[in-house]
Design a protein around this ligand. Structure first.
Ligand code: GDP
Ligand code: MN
Length: 376
């Protein structure tokens, strides 16, 4: 679950990190009223993407009137396909130095890795490419946690300001504390600012919470509602489906993430464009299959659908029953090809005989056939 900056900052504040006192607003009038109280402010778009600064979603306003005008531009703005509905308004900073501090789940080392850089700010992704040695990486042994000496060494290697090492070190330690406490996959501060006045300030927050751990963070449930970037994401989560919109016109439904990704590759290799990734998971019941078909069909771009089912704990006959039920409950106007293999394959195929679903023997044939049926 991705958090907005203001939500991440709430968690960091609770963990004792130096977070500016900010307020969230949804209208220019509210922003002007906040600016009236705070003075010179920074207005920041709250959307789940990086690079808001470069996209014009972060602006400094000197007066309430200027704040109202700038808020009017930012609210409703489109940043990388996402509409801005909320802004965070904070007292503006006099930035002297911008550091990067992040802790990420590194699947290669199977550890959380602390990353520090003195080249923080809006271009950290470029730094990672052009100047990777400017980012110090330290793998964290979960048995020992992030030790103070490791923090000190990493800050030295990253050439952090030594006169601020106590405050900066406390932020890094607190960041790890928050990461563990909230089961984060990512906890990042960019920029971690040292102001002209010498204050260390957490100026941005990027947090991603492990969905599989949400059951033990009931206090984070209020954030759930704002974690969806569109209606499809919300529906999928509520129905227990893993759905990712991809923008093409061939709907893809399968059981198991690897199988679905493989299907996407084969569709792409045969010249098609997948509309989505949709994993119904293992052991799917008919009712879930109905929801999956409904989900894919709610995308108006979809011109055809591929079902790729490999029966393990999933039973092909159960999936077939779901498909027949879907055909009864809704008007499926697009061609659907079906590859069924594995547990109860014969029973599944028998059920689909005479239905509108076209059986195919392999995923390659599925990709070819759906293109033909669409008329390409
Ligand atoms: P991002 O671009 O989505 O990562 O958003 P950030 O919150 O990191 O903001 C981008 C840039 O805006 C930062 O690197 C700063 O240079 C600048 N910025 C952010 N907050 C402030 C602030 O309070 N005051 C000033 N003057 N600049 C800020
Ligand atoms: Mn940032």
């Amino acid at each position: 679950m991705k958090l907005h900056e203001y939500q991440g900052k709430d968690l960091f504040r609770a963990a004792g990190l130096p977070v500016p006192k900010g307020e969230v607003a949804t209208t220019p009038d509210e922003v002007a009223a906040i600016a009236q109280r705070l003075g010179k402010v920074v207005i920041k778009a709250q959307v789940h993407v990086g690079g808001r600064g470069k996209a014009g979603g972060v602006k400094v306003a000197s007066t309430p009137e200027e704040a109202r005008v700038l808020a009017g531009r930012i609210l409703g703005m489109d940043i990388k396909g996402l509409t801005v509905h909320k802004v965070l308004v904070e007292p503006a900073l006099n930035i002297a130095t911008e550091y990067y501090a992040g802790i990420v789940n590194d699947r290669t080392s199977k550890r959380f890795v602390l990353m520090l850089s003195s080249m923080g700010g809006v271009d950290i992704e470029d730094v990672a490419h052009s100047n990777p040695e400017a980012i110090i990486r330290v793998a964290i042994d979960p048995a020992f946690g992030l030790q103070d000496f490791a923090i000190r060494q990493a800050m030295k290697d990253a050439q952090f300001d030594r006169t601020k090492s106590r405050e900066l070190g406390a932020v890094i330690k607190g960041l790890y504390g928050a990461l563990v406490r909230y089961d984060c996959l990512l906890a990042e501060v960019n920029p971690l600012v040292v102001s002209a006045e010498g204050d260390v300030v957490v100026a941005d927050a990027k947090v991603d919470i492990d969905d599989n751990a949400l059951f033990r963070h009931k206090d984070l449930l209020p954030y759930r509602e704002e974690s969806f970037d569109n209606e499809m994401d919300r529906q999928a989560t509520e129905q227990g489906l893993t759905y990712v919109h991809l923008g093409g016109d061939i709907g893809v439904i399968g059981n198991g993430a690897g199988l679905v990704m493989n299907t996407l590759d084969v569709v792409t290799a045969s010249g098609g464009k997948p509309a989505n990734f949709l994993d119904i998971g293992g052991g799917a019941q008919a009712a879930l299959v109905v929801k999956a078909v409904n989900m894919v069909l709610s995308d108006p771009e979809v011109k055809g659908i591929i079902f790729n089912i490999f029966g393990g704990i999933t039973r092909c006959d159960e999936v077939a029953r779901g498909m027949l039920q879907a055909a009864q409950e809704m008007d499926i106007r697009v061609p659907v090809v079906v590859r069924l293999a594995g547990t109860q394959e014969a029973a599944g195929r028998a059920l689909l005989e005479g239905s509108q679903y076209a059986p195919v023997a392999s995923v390659q044939e599925a990709a070819r056939t759906i293109q033909e049926l669409i008329g390409r």
